[in-house]
Design a protein around this ligand. Structure first.
Ligand SMILES: [Zn+2]
Length: 318
C-alpha cells in the first residue's frame, strides 16, 4: 500500500491574475473558465485523476461562467472554497468580512453542486486566527493554505518589480503573507489550536522537507523549461525526501500550468505563457507519472479524512 499524496488546483481566473498584476479591466471579471474547464477535465480524465478544485465565489456568482462551472458538478472532483474575491490580504480583514468571503462562496458552491465544501484554501497563502475560527464554526474539515518555503519573499519582490501597480497598491500588497516566519511552519499536516478550544486541521502545500524548496507544478514547469531532465531529478530528490521523512505531499497546480497564450491571449504577460499547452501537458504528465510511482493520488478531502482517522497529528498552538 503506497502512502497518499493529494492533488489540488486553485481555480484562479484571468481577472485575479490581472488584479495582482495591476492591469486595468479586471473589475469586469474577464474569464477564461470556458476555455480552461473543458480542457482541464479532459486532461484529468485521461490521467485518471480525481483532484480538489478550489473555486473562487465571485466566478460562480457570474452568469457568464455558469455553463463552464456546471461541468464541474458531476465531474467527481471535490470542490473547495477559495474565498469570494481572491484578495491575498484577506487575513487583515475584520472577522465579519472574512466570514462573508467564506460563507458567500460556500453558498455559491452549494447552488452549483448541491454540496457544502469542507476544505478551504486562502488566496495568496492568506490565513488568520479569525479565519480558522470561522472554518471551525462552519464545519470545515481542513484548511490548505500555508506554504512553508523561503521562496515566497523572493517571488513577491520579483512580482513587484514586474507589475504595473501604483505605490498605494504596492503598499497594500506588501502585507501579503510570506515572511520567513511562514517559511518555518511545519511541512506535515497539523492542528491549529484555537482560543475557543476548537481545532482545525492544516494541510500545508508541501515543500521539500528540510530544504523547504517548493515543488508545486508552477515551479517544476519553471525548471522544466530549462531542462526536463533537471526538473525530474529535482522532483525525484523532493519525493525521496518526502518518503524518508514520512511526508505525504499535497501537490498544487494552477491554471497557468496548463494554459498557453494562444488559448488565452490576454494572459501573455504571465511568466511561462509562451510555452505551448502541449509542451506543458507533456511535462505535467511526467510529473504525475513520477508522483504516482510512489504515492496513491487522491483529492484533499480523502487525504484529510485518512489523516484524521490515523489520529496521530501534532497539535500546534497559533
Ligand atoms: Zn488563488
Amino acid at each position: 500500500m503506497k502512502p497518499l499524496a493529494s492533488i489540488s488546483l486553485d481555480l484562479d481566473n484571468q481577472w485575479a491574475y490581472m488584479k495582482t498584476h495591476g492591469d486595468v479591466g479586471w473589475e469586469e471579471f474577464p474569464s477564461y473558465l470556458d476555455v480552461l474547464i473543458p480542457y482541464l477535465l479532459d486532461v484529468l480524465h485521461n490521467l485518471d485523476l480525481k483532484i480538489t478544485i478550489f473555486v473562487v465565489g465571485q466566478d460562480v456568482a457570474l452568469r457568464k461562467n455558469c455553463a463552464a462551472l456546471r461541468l464541474l458538478k458531476d465531474s467527481g472532483h471535490e470542490l473547495g472554497n477559495h474565498s469570494l474575491s481572491h484578495e491575498p490580504w484577506m487575513h487583515l480583514y475584520q472577522k465579519d468580512k472574512i466570514e462573508r468571503e467564506i460563507l458567500q462562496t460556500e453558498e455559491q458552491i452549494i447552488r452549483l453542486t448541491g454540496q457544502k465544501p469542507t476544505g478551504f484554501r486562502g488566496p495568496g497563502f492568506s490565513w488568520s486566527e479569525d479565519l480558522h475560527q470561522i472554518l471551525v464554526e462552519n464545519g470545515y474539515m481542513y484548511d490548505a493554505t500555508t506554504f512553508p518555503t523561503y521562496i515566497v519573499p523572493v517571488a513577491t519582490a520579483y512580482h513587484f518589480h514586474k507589475s504595473n501597480l501604483t505605490s498605494e497598491e504596492r503598499k497594500k500588497r506588501k502585507r501579503i503573507r510570506g515572511g520567513f516566519r511562514e517559511a518555518l511552519r511545519p511541512i506535515d499536516p497539523y492542528y491549529w489550536k484555537l482560543p475557543s478550544g476548537g481545532k482545525m486541521l492544516e494541510m500545508p502545500v508541501t515543500t521539500v522537507p528540510i530544504l523547504r524548496m517548493p515543488f508545486h507544478m508552477s515551479y517544476l514547469l519553471f525548471l522544466g523549461r530549462v531542462s526536463v531532465y533537471i526538473m525530474l531529478l529535482y522532483l525525484r530528490i523532493g519525493l525521496t525526501m518526502c518518503r524518508l521523512t514520512g511526508t505525504e505531499p499535497s501537490f498544487v497546480i494552477h491554471p497557468t500550468d496548463l494554459l498557453d497564450s494562444i488559448q488565452v491571449p490576454a494572459m501573455h504577460f504571465f511568466p511561462g505563457m509562451d510555452l505551448s499547452a502541449d509542451q506543458k501537458l507533456q511535462i505535467f504528465k511526467k510529473v504525475i507519472q513520477e508522483l504516482s510511482k510512489h504515492f496513491t493520488l487522491v483529492n484533499m478531502r480523502f487525504h484529510a479524512e485518512s489523516i484524521l482517522q490515523r489520529n496521530d497529528i501534532r497539535i500546534r498552538c497559533l
